[in-house]
Design a protein around this ligand. Structure first.
Ligand SMILES: NC(=O)c1ccc[n+]([C@@H]2O[C@H](COP(=O)([O-])OP(=O)(O)OC[C@H]3O[C@@H](n4cnc5c(N)ncnc54)[C@H](OP(=O)(O)O)[C@@H]3O)[C@@H](O)[C@H]2O)c1
Length: 318
């Protein structure tokens, strides 16, 4: 019985992808096959990954360094999956600036290798990309559509944009999904927009949030549901797709919404935060101002509801 292979299954997004794929597989279980189609979650340190599903045994965790030559090919031979979701990346903007060569290997070269192998073996590939392929210029009011030219401002954005192109060159049947800023439960690891914020507050810091960094954020488990649906249920969808929330909001206001979902009123929430402008920012990595995505196409084809900030923040706080 074949199943779903989640690269980056130990990460913030990938752990949710593995849990969603497992939940969907479970109703297909029979007495003879009590687990349903298997879900393989790949990372270098599976023991440390959060578990977002029950029972934990339903997911096969595999320790693997994907930068080892031929490792992905061998995984496909061992696991024999139908579906591959690639959420493995060097995802930190600062880490990419610090080590552009590693960023290229993870975000571009590995993306190409995975796509080439998937094409050769006719495996359905959904590759995860980012709104950070934009940033140099502002989008139209409704956000960037899939046909807008990429214009990244960081090494992260550039290597991800090159990765998208590599995937579609190698595997025209693949789908590249651009996601926006994600927030939600990171299993206590301080990853993603909301947990990073809450961790900072827990350390009694005053997080600085930018009032002119515009995003169309999405709650992470919602993004995971959309990715699994696109991989398993919608194989005819290929090329590029924007999967994002319906609300265009600044990072500052997103932080306020998250704190409000925790029970603070708006004034109390604002009082916890420092507001800043990204045009005056002088940190180690360039910041993308407005990278709002237009997800109209995805909304029309998905059963998964792309939650707005109100419902998404409530879900994130559960
Ligand atoms: N987080 C966001 O807000 C956001 C927004 C838009 C798009 N995205 C995209 O979503 C995807 C997932 O991002 P994320 O936030 O979940 O990042 P993350 O938490 O940093 O996860 C990255 C994953 O890649 C794995 N990985 C890194 N190097 C590896 C290697 N050499 N071998 C095997 N696995 C390796 C990591 O596993 P180990 O470290 O355990 O090996 C981890 O599972 C990325 O493509 C990112 O560009 C994220």
């Amino acid at each position: 019985m074949s199943g779903t292979l989640v690269l980056g299954g130990t990460g913030f997004l990938g752990a949710h992808v593995a849990a969603v794929a497992h939940r969907l597989a479970f109703p297909l279980a029979t007495m003879a096959e009590p687990q349903g189609p298997p879900v393989y979650a790949i990372g270098r340190d599976p023991d440390d990954a959060p578990r977002f599903c029950d029972p934990r045994e339903g997911i096969v965790w595999i320790k693997a360094d994907l930068l080892t030559e031929g490792r992905f090919q061998r995984l496909t031979e061992t696991c024999d999956p139908d579906f591959v979701i690639n959420a493995a990346a060097l995802s930190s903007v600062a880490a990419c600036e610090a080590d552009p060569e590693l960023a290229k290997r993870m975000n571009t070269d590995l993306a190409r290798e995975v796509a080439k192998t998937c094409a050769a073996n006719k495996l359905r590939l959904v590759h995860v990309s980012t709104d950070q392929v934009f940033g140099e210029t502002a989008p139209p009011e409704s956000g960037f559509t899939e046909d807008a030219p990429t214009a990244p401002v960081s090494v992260y954005g550039r290597t991800k944009a090159d990765g998208e192109q590599a995937v579609l060159e190698e595997d025209p049947a693949a789908l590249v999904v651009r996601l926006p800023l994600l927030y939600g439960n990171s299993g206590g690891r301080g990853r993603g927009a909301s947990d990073a914020l809450l961790e900072g507050l827990h350390r009694e810091e005053r997080p600085t949030l930018f009032v002119d960094e515009w995003r169309t954020p999405l709650e992470v488990s919602t993004a995971a549901e959309a990715l699994v649906e696109l991989a398993q249920e919608l194989p005819e969808v290929t090329g590029l797709l924007h999967v994002a929330g319906p609300d265009r909001i600044s990072r500052f206001d997103l932080a306020v919404a998250i704190l409000r979902a925790m029970g603070l009123d708006a004034d109390a929430a604002r009082a916890e935060l420092d507001a800043a402008s990204c045009t005056e920012y002088d940190g180690p990595a360039p910041r993308a101002g407005d990278v709002a995505l237009d997800a109209t196409r995805a909304e029309k084809m998905l059963e998964t509801a792309l939650l707005g900030i109100g419902d998404g923040a409530q879900r994130a706080m559960k």
